[in-house]
Design a protein around this ligand. Sequence first.
Ligand SMILES: [Zn+2]
Length: 263
Amino acid sequence: MGNDGGSIPDRRDLVKTKAKAEQADKQNQILAKWFYCALSKKPLQDPVVSCELGKLYNKDAIVEYLLDKTVYGDGARICGHVKSLKDVTQLRLTHNPAPPVANSDKPQAAYVCPLTLKEMNGALPFVYLSTCGCVFSAAGLRAIATPAENTPPSGSNSPPASKSTYSCPQCSKPYDRLTDVRTLNPMPEEEAGMREVMEEEAAPKTNATMATLTRKVALSLAEEEQKRKGKMTEAVASLYAPKNNSSNKKETFMTRGTFTRYA
Ligand SMILES: [Zn+2]
């Protein structure tokens, strides 16, 4: 029954137990984020994609979701911002070359940074490039990042690459260091920032499209109006055109043929 003298847990034990439970919970959350698809909760399996918020998904789960938004109950909450496959980037992940460790209580990371071979297990920040999908540890990419060739080929009219244009260390595709590096599974504060960027990017696009559409509609309406007016003027003018004006070369249905008849 406890309370028999020897087994009264004191406060310290309780705090320790609570801390342990919290630690375990945190560990489980990390595992869930880095080893499982955020949508289907199945183990990550190639091809893996990521969204603008840096979440990891199995591509087939995203395809399933896009075909039927109700297939995963809380799909809209997890990836409501993914409207089409254009909103995700297929990741180029590097498989962990280390042999499986037997009897380990920690799951072994399936992927590593190709630059540092550090495991992608949530212990270190990892990023992907939205331009090519290559995945690196943030530190590895920072250490090796090289600006892209800054001078355009001679005779070319293209402007020189901007200062923030770098080459992907894995596939050499240029990327913008300021806008194309996305953190995988960011911390809440960083995720909030990424969400802001995503929403800002979406907003002007929509506004611009609307503005263009409005302008196009206004223009075509004005054109129509102009044409209508033009036709009217022509028709009206033809009605009042002087009949015996032989110098008037402009014939209309009212005057056509009159000269041959009366000349
Ligand atoms: Zn790349």
